[in-house]
Design a binder for this molecule. Sequence first.
Ligand code: AMP
Length: 310
Amino acid sequence: MTVTVVGSIAFDAVKTPFGHRDRMLGGAATHFALAASFFDRVQVVGPVGADFGADEFDILATRGTDVTDVERIADGRTFFWAGEYGWDLNSRETLDTQLNVFAGWTPSLSSLSREAGVLFLANIQPELQRDVLEESRASFVALDSMNLWIEVARDALIDVVSRVNCLMLNDAELRQLTKRPNLLAAAREVLCWGPSIVVAKQGEYGATLVTDGSFFSLPAYPLETVIDPTGAGDTFAGGFVGYLARHGEEALSDDVLRQAMAYGTALASFNVEAFGTERVTRLTSAEIHRRVTELRDITRFEKAPVELVG
Ligand code: AMP
C-alpha cells in the first residue's frame, strides 16, 4: 500500500562528539521517507522554503518517493533545527527550533496522498497532524511526536493520538505524555485511548512493542561506532511502517508486527553510522536483509531448562 507521510522537512545543524554539520538535510518526514521507500511507494506532504534546492529534492525523491505534494513557498525559509549530543548519545539538547514555513501552513493533499492506504503522521505540530488525518482515507495510521509538543500542545496531541492505530514515541516521551512512570503502564494507558499498537523507541537500547495481547522487545543492532543519532527514530518508523504497508490489507498479526520491528531496527542502525541522511541514501536492500538476519541470530535462544534448587 502507498504510504503518505507528513512531518518536518528540515535543515539541521548537529554537533556530536565525532564532528558537526552546520546545515544538512533533515526532518522527520525526510528520514521516514528515505527508510519507507525501500518497501513501497511514498508520498511526502509538507512545505519547504526558497532555500530548499534541487539537490535536497533529489535526496527526498530517492527510490521513487513522490515529492509533488512538497510545497515550495517562495518567500519562506525551510524548518530549521539545531541540536547537540554529548557522550551519552541517547540524550541531546535542542539549541534552536525555527518552524518557518510550517507556521501558518495548511495542508492540502493531492488525491494520490489522500487515497494512500497508510498514513504516517511524523513529528510536527499536532494540529497539522490532525488536519492531514482528517483529509486522509488511510486504513492504517501511525503517529510520532516529541517532548516539545507534549509540553506546548498536550491536549491537541492526545486528541490526535486517540484517533490513530499506532503510536510511536521515545520511552521518556511516552511516560511524559501519559504521566505514568512505568513504560508498560504508560503503553497500556495509550491502548485505552484508542491506538491498538504502541511502540516505545529506546535509542541505543532498542525498541518495545505493546499491543493488547502481546509484548515484544528488540535491542538495537550492536554497533561500535555511532556518529550521529539524529533521525534514528524516524528511520526506525520508516522501516516499521514501510514493512506493514508492504503487507497490504492483510490483518496485522503479531508475527508481522515483530518482523516490522526487526526491519525498523536494522534501518535505524544504518542511519546512525553517518551524519543526517548520508548513510541511508546510499544503503542497499541486501545490506538491510543481512542485518535483519544477524539481529535474529543475536536475539535467539533455546529453552534448555536445568534442574533448579528450591
Ligand atoms: P529524531 O532524531 O528521530 O527524533 O528526529 C530528528 C529530526 O526531527 C531532525 O532531523 C529535526 O529536523 C526534526 N525535528 C526536531 N525538532 C522538531 C520539532 N519540534 N518538530 C518537528 N520536527 C523536529
